[in-house]
Design a binder for this molecule. Structure first.
Ligand SMILES: Cc1ncc(COP(=O)(O)O)c(C=O)c1O
Length: 391
C-alpha cells in the first residue's frame, strides 16, 4: 500500500461542511460526534494532486486559465482506460460541479412547470434542483427487491401526465449503491425514446465500484439515444475533490451541445483554473490511489454491514458501488423520532435521514463510510450499544 487511509487528519476548524456544521445542524460537538452525513471522504487525494497544488502555489501566479487541452485529454484518457468509452474532447464542457450541470440541463431543456422524472430514493440535490427551478417533480419509487433497488417502469408509465421532458438518472445509484445493468440501462433508454425525454445521466460515482460489478456508461449501453443524452462525471467524488467544484458534462450530440453551451454563456460560467489542474492531475496520476481506496472502502463496508446486520430488525443494503451505506431500520418497528434519538443523541453520529432522498426513504438512514477505519469501528460500537436492548 502506498497510501495510508488510517492517517488521522483533523478537519475540525477547516471550514469543512461535514465536520464544522455538525454542531449547528445536529447539536453534536465535532470532538465527540462522528460525522457520517456529507458525501466526501476524510482522506487526502492522490500524490499527483497534492503535487499539482504545491507546484501551483510555488509558481504563485493565479491568472486566467483557458487552454484546456491537457484537461480534456486527461478526461478522454480516463474514460477510455477505466470505462472503455471513447470520448471526443469537443464533447466536453466543464461546469461548477454536478448540480450546476444538472440545473443547467433542467433550465436549458425544459420549461417552468414541465415534469422532471427522478428515481427515488435518490441524492437529495436532484429534488432541490427540480423544485428550485419550478419544474414538477415526478418521483418514480424504486422497488427494494431483496436488498437490491430496481426501477419500476410499469408504475412510472401510470404517473405520466404528458408534460414530462427530462429524466435524471443516478448511475451508480446514491443511495443504495446499485450499479445498473446493461439491460436496465437499455430499458430506461427505450423509455426515454418512447416518451421523448432528455436523459441526464449523473455518473459521478462511476469509479467507486466494488469488485464483481461493472459500471456501464449510458452512452455505451445505448448509443441509439445519444441525441437525447447528457452525461455528467467528475474527479470530485472519485478523488475526494468535491470542494473544487469542477465537473465534466459530456454531450455527443451537436444540437444538444449548442443548447447546453448557450446556458453556460448565459450564466457567464467558465471553469476555475485550479479545479481544472487538480482534475487533470487526478486523472493522470490517480489510478493506484483509486485501487487502494476502493480496497479500503470495501473493508470499511464489510465491518459496518456486519455490525448493522447483527442488530435484529436492522439491514444494511449490500453496496455494489459508493461509500454510502443505506440502512433499513423499518424492521425495528420504532418511530422515526426514536431511531433518530438513538443514532444522533445516544450514539452521537450525524447521518442523513432517509426521507430527504424522496419517496421510499422513510425508515432508512444513510451513513458515509469514507473515513478512517477506527472511526467506522467506533461508530459500529456506538450503534450496537445504542440498540443493545434489542439483542
Ligand atoms: C449522485 C450525486 N450527484 C451530485 C452530487 C453533488 O455533486 P456536486 O457537489 O459536484 O454538485 C452528489 C453528492 O453527493 C451525488 O452523490
Amino acid at each position: 500500500m502506498t497510501y495510508n487511509f488510517d492517517e488521522v487528519i483533523d478537519r475540525i476548524g477547516t471550514g469543512s461542511s461535514k465536520w464544522d456544521k455538525m454542531e449547528s445542524l445536529y447539536g453534536l460537538d465535532p470532538h465527540e460526534g462522528i460525522p457520517m452525513w456529507v458525501a466526501d471522504m476524510d482522506f487526502k487525494p492522490p500524490q499527483s494532486v497534492l503535487g499539482c497544488v504545491k507546484d501551483m502555489a510555488e509558481h504563485g501566479v493565479f491568472g486566467y486559465g483557458g487552454d484546456h487541452k491537457a484537461y480534456t485529454e486527461a478526461i478522454c484518457g480516463w474514460m477510455e482506460r477505466r470505462h472503455g468509452w471513447t470520448v471526443d474532447p469537443t464533447w466536453i464542457f466543464s461546469c461548477h460541479g454536478m448540480m450546476n450541470g444538472i440545473s443547467l440541463a433542467i433550465q436549458q431543456f425544459t420549461n417552468e412547470g414541465d415534469g422532471v422524472i427522478i428515481f427515488t430514493p435518490v441524492y437529495h440535490g436532484f429534488i432541490s434542483a427540480v423544485n428550485a427551478n419550478n419544474r414538477r417533480l415526478v418521483e418514480s419509487e424504486l422497488i427494494n427487491n431483496n436488498g437490491r433497488l430496481e426501477m419500476d417502469f410499469e408504475a412510472l408509465e401510470t404517473l405520466l401526465r404528458g408534460d414530462e421532458k427530462l429524466v435524471i438518472l443516478c448511475s451508480p445509484h446514491n443511495p443504495g449503491g446499485r450499479v445498473w445493468t446493461y439491460e436496465e440501462l437499455r430499458e430506461l433508454g427505450a423509455f426515454c425514446a418512447k416518451h421523448d425525454l432528455i436523459l441526464v445521466s449523473d455518473e459521478v460515482h462511476h469509479d467507486l465500484v466494488f469488485t464483481g460489478n461493472k459500471h456501464i456508461p449510458m452512452a455505451m449501453a445505448m448509443p441509439e439515444i445519444v441525441d437525447r443524452l447528457i452525461t455528467l462525471s467528475g474527479a470530485t467524488k472519485t478523488f475526494n475533490l468535491a470542494g473544487m467544484h469542477t465537473g465534466n458534462v459530456i454531450i455527443e450530440d451537436p444540437d444538444l451541445r449548442k443548447v447546453f453551451s448557450a446556458g453556460l454563456s448565459a450564466g457567464s460560467l467558465s471553469p476555475s483554473a485550479i479545479g481544472v489542474a487538480m482534475a487533470t492531475a487526478a486523472y493522470n496520476g490517480g489510478d493506484e490511489w483509486l485501487t487502494e481506496v476502493l480496497d479500503y472502502l470495501d473493508g470499511n463496508r464489510k465491518i459496518f454491514d456486519a455490525g448493522m446486520n447483527a442488530i435484529p430488525g436492522v439491514e444494511s443494503m449490500p453496496l455494489q458501488a459508493t461509500y454510502l451505506a443505506w440502512v433499513d431500520f423499518r424492521g425495528l418497528g420504532m418511530s422515526a423520532a426514536e431511531i433518530k434519538d438513538r443514532i444522533q443523541d445516544t450514539a452521537k453520529i450525524a447521518v442523513s435521514p432517509g426521507p430527504i432522498f424522496g419517496k421510499g426513504g422513510e425508515g432508512y438512514m444513510r451513513f458515509n463510510l469514507a473515513t478512517r477505519r477506527a472511526l467506522v469501528e467506533e461508530a459500529v460500537d456506538r450503534l450496537s450499544a445504542a440498540f443493545s436492548d434489542l439483542q
